[in-house]
Design a protein. Structure first.
Length: 367
């Protein structure tokens, strides 16, 4: 069965929702920035921060870039680190963060940098910045991307839409067709298809996007090969004591939607893969997608049971001493490609944007 987009109105409302979301976040960061500068509000004290990044590469704005929030420039990374160092933040390896947090006599404020998915630009553009400023960092590796056995659906979808004037794709048993001539139509198709992702059969979803890509003349695995570090490149990086590798599953699946057997297999096999590359057991893990719908109690406990000392989510927040109670459910702060402004980083470090973010509840033995 063929299903078209319902109306022109729904296309614009989808696009308007996307624009409104990013504008609202930016507006909030501007307001907090002004309020803290003019001392209308006091920043919340914190013990630490773990930053999330994905791509680090030169600005690609202007082209069709629905994943632009996942990409920051090396210049912005450098300015951010220099600002943090000038304010007394101490760089540490992620693995050491819980130890610093739990020491009651330690009054330092610590920062750790993490990069998810293992993109090749991490080596090309981020590594020189970290090396020059002597900053440790962790790359979370998805085993299936490195071994070229799993495609990256959001990258495949972006490049398929960029190369097409019309695509068809099967979602939940129905064939959907999209005109993708204009940039707006490409964004609408990207948002519509992405919105179908949460809770879906992820293997079928990825396969459907791969199939649509092939029909459009785009090779999903060639994208992975171009964008993601190879095993030998990761081995080379690992030699530097500034670099740590962490696990990030085999297929980048949303763990909360998978069976327990699959969850344990994804975590264990990806940890073995990473440990073999760096020649020592990996202690850290990042939950793919990392939000409340992608990782919760069962996943936090599984990670803990499998012996990881620290695991990170994408739940937003700074670190307090209480986070040592949940070292396998750490919040992070995203360096977002849409908000590359040092004022916004200062606003995030005030802790105010996270005041109303729900904390990860501590599960007791009786609960
Ligand atoms: Zn990821």
């Amino acid at each position: 069965m063929s299903v078209r987009m319902r109306s022109r109105y729904s296309q614009y409302s989808l696009q308007a929702r996307r624009a409104a979301k990013w504008l609202a976040i930016r507006g909030g960061l501007e307001a907090i920035s002004l309020a803290t500068i003019s001392r209308l509000v006091s920043p919340k004290s914190s013990k630490g921060v773990i930053f999330t990044m994905h791509h680090v590469r030169p600005d690609q704005s202007g082209s069709f870039a629905p994943n632009a929030h996942l990409s920051i420039t090396p210049e912005f990374l450098e300015k951010t680190i220099e600002m943090l160092l000038s304010r007394g933040w101490i760089p540490v390896h992620l693995d050491d963060m819980p130890r610093h947090l739990e020491d009651p006599d330690d009054n330092g404020r610590y920062m750790a940098f993490t990069l998810d998915d293992g993109y090749r630009d991490n080596q090309q553009f981020a590594y020189p910045v970290f090396k020059r400023l002597k900053i440790p960092f962790t790359i979370f590796v998805t085993a299936g991307f490195v071994s070229r056995t799993r495609s990256i659906w959001w990258e495949t979808l972006e490049q398929t839409l960029a190369a097409s004037t019309r695509i068809s794709i099967e979602l939940d048993g129905q064939e959907h067709e999209f005109n993708t001539v204009s940039k707006l139509e490409k964004y609408v198709a990207f948002d519509y298809i992405s919105d179908c992702f949460p809770g879906t059969d992820e293997d079928r979803f990825v396969a459907a996007i791969d199939e649509a890509a092939h029909r459009a003349g785009v090779d999903p695995m060639a994208i992975v090969d171009r964008e993601v570090l190879s095993e030998s490149e990761l081995r080379f990086l690992c030699v530097d004591p500034l670099v740590s590798l962490g696990a990030h599953t085999v297929t980048h699946i949303s763990l909360a939607h998978a069976s327990l057997d699959r969850v344990e297999d994804e975590i264990s096999r990806s940890a073995e893969f990473v440990s073999e590359i760096c020649g020592k057991p990996t202690e850290s893990f990042a939950f793919p997608y990392g939000g409340r719908r992608a990782a919760c109690h069962r996943e936090f406990e599984t990670i803990s049971d499998l012996g990881f000392s620290v695991a990170v989510t994408t739940r937003p927040g700074l670190l307090q001493r209480t986070h040592t109670l949940t070292p396998t459910a750490m919040p992070r702060v995203s360096l977002n490609g849409y908000h590359q402004n040092i004022r916004y980083v200062r606003a995030l470090l005030s802790g105010l944007p996270f005041l109303f973010a729900p904390a990860v509840p501590v599960k007791t033995s009786s609960s």
